[in-house]
Design a protein around this ligand. Structure first.
Ligand SMILES: [Fe+2]
Length: 437
């Protein structure tokens, strides 16, 4: 029996939980980088094959930086009820929203650290990566929670949604800055799609109703979704304070990850995201099930930065390609979530790319031959005056799993400032966060 690609090389899961102290560092670590970098990703328990890269048990890798030192590294599985044997859907079809992998993202909101996956409840973690348990906000959250919530940096509100294979297909939620779930409402969509991400602007929520739909024939396999030519493709613009979305028909494509969205002076919503065409998505989806290297798509012209300008007053939408460079895992300076901003960071092959959307210029940092960097998390400098005044943090892993480093890049120049040498090869994963002290 052959081993699936998502269990090999730089994706190979680790078999245990470890910790290491006083890590070796090359170059000066900025002393003000005092906090924790946490990154989530799939790490199936030894001897298991989940059938899809996205379906492995969640493991968070953490690096503690303090006053110019790398104090520790540790990794921990997110100890969900599923890890302990519970099943997400029982024989009667009832869902247990706590029986999930929690393998996709880590956030902090209202002083709680949460590990997220889009088909269930978040799990609270301690700053030492121990699992506290599932969170349903005092019983108010009765749907799944996306792994890509958006925090409005002005109000402190956390906007998110849950999607499902059965009605209600899409539900919008909002946490207040104090962590209380204060708003929930159903959003009408034509069918059950795989909705991985969304966007906010100052006043709106932006929905991606795209043609990757739930297929009951695939139940029993991991990720029972497939491309459907008959579904069409729509982007919805919905006011946060109430009402139904205005829907815009767009060219069919799929988006895992949004760059950002904003409102312009004419009241239009401008959204950018990394977009796959039909053939690119279907090829990727097959690879994610184990054929070939599922992360190699970012180097094969598959996914391009794309912009939609949506005018609720006229119902008119325009689309344009922003770059010819295939990328994934777009990030921004999160202080600009939902507001106009100039820079996007993303991953391409062995490099972290920086796009300047004002000039159209691109620059990059090459992580090294045979080395795969992951998502680059932006950390603002103290007293930052420019949008790109800060650092990018990413874990880069040797494709032969010989080792991993935490790279610290200067986000303005894209030069490497420091390299924290991690004590083990960290499997390539999904999304991370910097938690400043
Ligand atoms: Fe994601």
């Amino acid at each position: 029996m052959t081993t699936a690609a998502y269990l090999q090389g730089h994706l190979a899961p680790v078999s245990d939980e470890v910790e290491a102290f006083d890590l070796a560092v090359t170059g000066p670590l900025p002393p003000e980088l005092t906090g924790r970098y946490f990154r989530n990703g799939p790490n199936p328990v030894p001897g298991t094959d989940p059938g899809h890269w996205f379906a492995g048990d969640g493991m968070v890798h953490g690096v503690r930086l303090i006053h110019g030192r790398a104090e520790w590294y540790r990794n921990r599985w997110v100890r969900t009820s599923k890890l302990a044997g519970a099943t997400w859907r029982d024989d009667e079809g009832h869902l247990d929203l706590a029986a999930v992998n929690a393998n996709t993202n880590v956030i902090r909101h209202a002083d709680r650290i949460l590990a997220l996956v889009e088909n269930g409840l978040p799990y609270e973690l301690t700053p030492e990566l121990d699992t506290v348990g599932p969170v349903d906000f005092g019983g108010r959250l009765t749907t799944a929670m996306t792994a890509h919530p958006k925090e409005d940096q002005v109000t402190g509100d956390l906007h998110f949604f849950g999607y499902a294979a059965r009605p209600p297909y899409l539900t919008y939620h909002r946490l207040a800055a104090n962590g209380e779930l204060v708003h929930t409402r159903e959003v009408a969509v034509p069918g059950p799609t795989m909705m991985h991400d969304f966007a906010i602007t100052e006043n709106h929520v932006v929905w991606l109703d795209l043609p990757v739909v739930f297929d009951v024939e695939l139940v029993g396999r991991s990720m029972p979704y497939r491309w459907d030519d008959g579904y069409g493709a729509r982007i919805g613009v919905m006011r946060q304070d109430g009402g139904d979305p205005t829907w815009f028909d767009v060219e069919p494509g799929y988006v895992f990850h949004v760059g950002n969205a904003r409102e312009d002076k004419r009241g239009r919503v401008v959204l950018d995201a990394v977009r796959y065409g039909r053939d690119e998505f279907t090829a990727l989806w097959a690879r994610l099930r184990g054929a070939g290297d599922p992360t190699a798509m970012a180097s094969s012209g598959a996914a391009l930065l794309h912009r939609w300008t949506l005018d609720p007053a006229t119902g008119h939408v325009t689309e344009e390609r922003l770059a010819e460079q295939s990328v994934e895992f777009p990030t921004i300076n999160d202080a600009f979530t939902g507001r106009a901003c100039r820079y996007r960071y993303a991953v391409w092959d062995e490099s972290i790319i920086k796009f300047d959307l004002t000039t159209g210029a691109g620059s990059h940092h090459h992580a090294g031959g045979g080395v795969a960097p992951g998502e680059a998390v932006f950390v603002p400098a103290e007293g930052a005056r420019a949008e790109d005044d800060g650092w990018l943090l990413t874990i880069a892993t040797d494709r032969a799993a010989r080792g991993s480093d935490l790279l610290v890049l200067d986000a303005a120049s894209m030069a490497r400032v420091a390299t924290v040498h991690l004590p083990r090869a960290v499997p390539a994963g999904f999304h991370g966060v910097w938690l400043a002290d």
